[in-house]
Design a protein. Structure first.
Lengths: 832, 110
């Protein structure tokens, strides 16, 4: 319909602040009534709305900025919202009902919504204005931190709360040595009891974050850039980056200047109205019933209430405050806390501990109701407990099993595990990160989103931290019944399947699946013969599980492992003969030199793993090159394989005046034991003869550092994209033990890690404790070694010798036909 | 039927010389051709040069009627040579006419 002069203009809503609250309130209003208002949004940051709580994974390199955008410019445009990004508000004229931007532009409103958020608190320490001192609040801060992390070195984070710890973890993950300085004697003391605090401290230490508790900061030291932090006790901790994460303060200046009632935050009533009837406020800038919130769940509650009120969907909607739950976003550290957990009058505790798995759970009961919980190491039931806390119903009937979580409790009570979720009211929040309710998820499922990815795509439920994935799956089950196929892993292996690596490996062993078609059949693969992602993984999982029975499938291997050489960008190959422990001889060098002359090898390069790499070999020459090298006693160096690559050594006690043990000899033995074994990813070792560590053993997958009294064994190091130093596994006194541990460790990695997962991320995922528990148990270690040797009996063969001499198999390395002018004459059958 | 340019059908080898889910290369003056055999025993031929960085497609992993380049894992349809999946629309490798007669592979060359 054309414009009609009788149509009254739409009421104008102006939102100040395009952060999480600003984006959300716009979305909530439009969801209720897309056409009623004329909406504008003003944001100081130069970009559209992103999920600020996901900055930690961005810092840690686990997500990109694109992953965390919640409302893009395109989204605002599509929904007819006028945007003013990169603008800030100079003043609000509440009598004239307009706001003035920094450039003098004025925007009139009928309703103004303040979503101005909060500012990070900066401690007024001497030196606080030095370059290298930052807060952790926006993308700009993350950018500075990432740039600092590229240079490595040491970082300090002041503040051992949620944000501080996530910042420290992110920096450690990016390769910095991170230290958290915390005023109190327990980390995250507002969310954790002491026991969980200590476990967290330990878990962070394993991830490269050191904590200094009871620490009072005195001054930031440095001349032209931060150099360290001085504590009141006189200690100086060095750092080239200092992050202040000590808290936030509501950003109230525009409201205050406009003459609104402001205390700690902008004071609002239960309908989010400020002291001016046309001005509302939501989010961290708000003070509601005396409380200011710094977490995301209350923001969603406030936005829903305000949207109900403004659109008149429910004019009596009221925000009554929020129960708070916290989840730490540090990979591999599962931590959740909610409600009252530090006891008090009339409170009883139920505690469950499993030190071997690093699990600690505590629930607090008061007058037969659940009032609080702290979960560490296993927090999947967090949302269930949180729901029980909010319901505040008697738990007498389930008290005996409550600590074991939802599935056990409901199974013993004879309840269908999905029944509880089915019974939730539609407004129960499922996803705390994105504020998605059960009703929204069910609506999406009914509209055709029949798997997890689709639900994530259209509602964002479980798309951020992923901790509500289980609940979304239950909703899929409840809504679709048998039509729902569970997605068993957090992430499917590839597009051919809905299953994750863990599940696939498990099923291969449990159901004794011994061929690739069997696996694809049993797990309902959606493509006829997989793809280039899943086939190499399945091939590995099968040969690892059934070394004697499974027949290796070259067609499911990447080119390098099929051609036993490393393909280069021009289609030629590089060839690396094995030099045990990095030791060679005149005879070997002579043979290599002869090969270089005979096959016109354009370049020979010394590698970081103490080998010689022959570049530019043509594919058709490979078998002959191997035959010549074989003849001089050399075998494949597997420099192209997901397998043992090299064992780097120093000369040790045989030559070096500092050497404590025969590091070269041990390196050669290690290499002779482990060469030829296929692994999830490449695997490198090193042996250093003394703690000076010339062989760089502490950045290897398995490293040995010899000392006077024996051998230190280190695991999980990696010099790749993300530098990671090893973790000390243990110290042994004899060479025999060192060899046994190496084989057991390799086998544990072979059996447990996912394909293409190196030892560093694997250990980060499963935790060093898991590795220790397995390897320190004598029986388990012996079994691992035995299985490794069983596998080696099959796979420790030289692929070169297999393909090299006999001209018949070598044929596949030549073209099928050569039709080039003057080369050969093929038969021309007919002309069409 | 009129065909504007006549094809020469050239015998390049026995059908069994190409393994299931595998490929072999045929060198010609116009560049190398990759000849594929799928898991369902279908044969296809395309120019053996990835439009991305020139990788030899004959060294890639054959899956369904697709080939993944060994250099950077771009995938192509063997039926029409178009890039598929995440890199769809970014490039195409020319296909080469192919037929199997008496268990021999014939390529249609111009």
């Amino acid at each position: 319909m054309a414009f009609n002069a009788d149509t009254p203009p739409k009421p104008r809503i102006v939102v100040i602040g395009a952060g999480m609250a600003g984006g959300r309130i716009v979305e909530e209003i439009l969801k209720r009534d897309a056409h009623r208002f004329d909406v504008s949004i003003i944001g100081a940051e130069d970009c559209a709305t992103y999920d600020r709580i996901q900055l930690s994974p961005v810092l840690a390199g686990e997500k990109t900025f694109e992953d965390i955008v919640t409302h893009s410019q395109a989204w605002y445009d599509t929904n007819g919202v006028k945007t003013h990004f990169g603008c800030w508000v100079q003043s609000i004229n509440k009598d004239g009902r307009y706001v003035t931007l920094h450039d003098g532009v004025t925007i009139a409103y009928d309703y103004l919504i303040l979503a101005t958020g909060s500012d990070p608190i900066r401690l007024p320490l001497p030196g606080a204005d030095l370059p290298g001192v930052v807060a952790f609040r926006d993308l700009h801060d993350v950018d500075i931190m990432q740039k600092a992390a590229e240079k490595g070195g040491e970082a300090i984070v002041i503040g051992g709360g949620l944000l501080g710890l996530e910042a420290a973890y992110g920096l450690a993950k990016r390769g910095m040595k991170a230290t958290v300085i915390h005023l109190m004697d327990v980390l995250m003391e507002r969310q954790l009891d002491e026991a969980a605090g200590r476990l967290l401290e330990k878990a962070l230490l394993e991830r490269g974050v050191n904590s200094v508790l009871n620490a009072h900061s005195e001054a930031i030291v440095g001349d032209s850039h931060v150099e360290g932090l001085k504590l009141k006790d006189g200690r100086i901790i060095p750092a080239s980056l200092l992050v202040m994460a000590v808290g936030i303060r509501p950003h109230v200046e525009p409201a205050k200047a406009a003459g609104l009632l402001v205390e700690r935050g902008i004071v609002v009533d239960d309908q989010m109205r400020t002291s001016d009837a046309h001005i509302f406020a939501v989010g961290e800038c708000v003070q509601h019933r005396g409380t200011c919130y710094g977490l995301v769940a209350p923001i969603w509650d406030m936005c829903r209430t305000l949207a109900d009120v403004l659109t008149e969907k429910n004019v009596d909607a009221a925000y009554l405050g929020s129960e708070l739950a916290t989840r730490l976003k540090v990979s591999g550290v599962d931590l959740y806390s909610a409600g009252q957990f530090n006891g008090g009058e009339g409170c009883e505790d139920i505690v469950f501990r499993d030190p071997a798995r690093g699990v600690y759970k505590r629930i607090v009961v008061k007058e037969n109701k659940l009032v609080g919980t702290v979960l560490f190491g296993e927090a999947a039931d967090g949302a269930w407990y949180f729901d029980l806390i909010k319901k505040a119903e008697s738990i007498s009937d389930i008290r005996d099993t409550l600590i074991f979580g939802q599935s056990v409790t409901e199974a013993l009570a004879g309840v269908d595990p999905n029944a509880a979720v089915a019974a939730w009211p539609d407004d129960t929040e499922v996803c705390g990160c994105n504020g998605v309710t059960k009703g929204t998820v069910v609506e999406a499922i009914c509209a055709g989103a029949d798997n997890l990815d689709k639900v994530r795509g259209c509602t964002k439920a479980s798309a951020s931290c992923g901790s509500c994935t289980g609940i979304v799956e239950q909703l899929l089950k409840v809504t679709l019944g048998d039509a729902f196929k569970a997605q068993t892993g957090p992430k499917p292996m590839c597009k051919c399947t809905e299953h994750g690596h863990q599940h696939v490996r498990q099923v291969i062993v449990e159901q004794q699946l011994k061929t690739m078609p069997d696996v694809m059949q049993a797990l309902k693969w959606e493509t006829p013969d997989g793809c280039s992602s899943c086939r190499p993984a399945l091939n590995y999982y099968l040969l690892c599980a059934w070394p004697r029975e499974y027949k290796d499938d070259p067609r499911s291997r990447f080119v390098n492992e099929r051609n036993h050489a490393n393909i280069q960008k021009d289609g030629t190959y590089s060839v690396v003969p094995r030099m045990w422990g990095g030791v060679t001889s005149a005879k070997e060098l002579r043979a290599i030199a002869d090969v270089c002359d005979k096959y016109e090898v354009p370049m020979v390069k010394v590698t970081g793993g103490q080998r010689l790499d022959l570049f530019g070999v043509k594919k058709a020459d490979l078998p002959a090159v191997w035959a010549d090298l074989n003849a001089a006693g050399m075998v494949s160096g597997h420099a192209y394989a997901k397998a043992l690559r090299t064992v780097k050594t120093c000369v040790g006690s045989e030559w070096c005046r500092f050497g404590t043990q025969d590091s070269t000899g041990l390196g050669i033995k290690l290499e002779q034991d482990t060469w030829g074994s296929w692994m999830p990813h490449k695997f490198k070792m090193a042996v250093s003869g003394c703690p000076r560590n010339c062989a760089e053993a502490t950045i290897k997958d398995f490293g040995v550092i010899c000392v006077d009294s024996g051998y230190e064994l280190h695991v999980g190091g990696n010099a790749g994209i993300h530098l990671r130093g090893t973790d000390l596994l243990c110290k042994v006194t004899t060479e025999v033990e060192a060899l046994e541990y190496s084989m057991a460790f390799v086998q544990l990695y072979r059996e447990d890690a996912w394909y293409l997962e190196r030892t560093a991320p694997w250990i980060e995922r499963v935790g060093l404790e898991f590795v220790k528990t397995q390897l320190f148990d004598d029986e388990t270690r012996t079994d691992l070694k035995a299985r490794f040797m069983e596998s080696q009996a099959v796979f420790q063969v030289d692929p070169w010798a297999e393909h090299a001499p006999k001209s018949e198999p070598a044929k596949v390395f030549s073209p099928l036909a050569d039709l080039r002018e003057g080369v050969t004459q093929n038969h021309i059958t007919e002309q069409a | 039927m009129n065909v504007s340019v006549a094809l020469k059908w050239v015998d390049v080898g026995a059908a069994v010389d190409i393994p299931y889910q595998g490929a072999r290369r045929v060198d010609t003056d116009l560049g190398a051709i990759a000849v594929f055999r799928t898991v369902d025993n279908e044969y296809y031929a395309v120019m053996d040069k990835c439009p991305h960085k020139g990788g030899p497609l004959s060294e890639g992993i054959v899956h369904g009627r697709h080939i993944a380049c060994p250099l950077h894992n771009w995938s192509f349809s063997l039926e029409n040579g178009e890039a598929v999946g995440a890199d769809a629309g970014k490039g195409c490798t020319p296909t080469v006419p192919l037929k199997i007669e008496d268990d021999r592979i014939l390529l249609g060359l111009r």
